[in-house]
Design a protein around this ligand. Structure first.
Ligand code: TMP
Length: 214
């Protein structure tokens, strides 16, 4: 049996990543592919509990960068072992909303944790698993934040702990992603997501079909 393809979606805040991931999975299913959706942090019972821990600081105890890094890694390790590897082995494709590049971008470029160490710890967490393709949904920080504001207003939601970081942090994250795309040009496909949703999703679909057929 052919192993499933592992497809990850990445990007800064407000890139529309999660909506694109959902639409992509629906299209793949409609086209007759076996596919599951996953997200990080989360996707397992442990992961969803970690996600809650990561969303807000305890009032008197800010989360340190290293503790934050290991929480993301723990969620990832569980997701890889419990969900992603078993699905791929059964020939099921996996579309994951964020994966290892998020840690490089946010904790590495954003927080300043050493990138080589992050890559090493990550390799342990994912048991060597790498995405077949990573769709980097790129958007200028200012536009991403405008979208985020609209989304939060519609959902009557507040910014979470990471969304509340200064603009400089989010600029480093975006630049970090662009750096990662230059470092791994064969794996990471940058897609400008400031345009019309349906056209952007069409482009994602074309890239994914090529990976699945290839
Ligand atoms: P999201 O579900 O809106 O993408 O939220 C996840 C948040 O967690 C987002 O702000 C990015 C952040 N994050 C990291 O900082 N490091 C990571 O490794 C992952 C997976 C997410």
């Amino acid at each position: 049996m052919r192993r499933g393809k592992f497809i990850t979606l990445e990007g800064p805040e407000g890139s529309g990543k999660s909506t694109h991931a959902r639409t992509l999975v629906a299209r793949m299913t409609q086209a007759g592919f076996s596919v599951i959706a996953a997200r990080e942090p989360g996707g397992t019972r442990l992961g969803e509990a970690i996600r809650k821990l990561l969303q807000q600081d305890a009032a008197d105890e800010p989360l340190g960068s290293e503790a934050e890094l290991f929480l993301f890694m723990a969620s990832r390790a569980q997701l890889v072992q419990q969900v992603i590897l078993p699905a791929l082995a059964k020939g099921i494709h996996v579309v994951c909303d964020r994966f290892a590049d998020s840690t490089s971008a946010y904790q590495g470029y954003g927080r300043g944790v050493d990138l080589d160490r992050i890559l090493m710890i990550n390799d342990l967490a994912v048991q060597g698993l790498m995405p077949d393709v990573t769709l980097l949904l790129d958007i200028p920080v200012a536009i991403g934040f405008e979208r985020l504001q609209v989304r939060n207003a519609d959902a009557n939601a507040q910014k979470d702990r990471i969304e509340r970081e200064a603009l400089g942090f989010h600029e480093r994250v975006r630049d970090g992603y662009l750096d990662l795309a230059r470092r791994w040009p064969d794996r990471i496909r940058r897609i400008d997501t400031s345009g019309v949703f349906s056209e952007v999703n069409e482009e994602l679909w074309r890239v994914v079909k090529r990976v699945i057929d290839g």
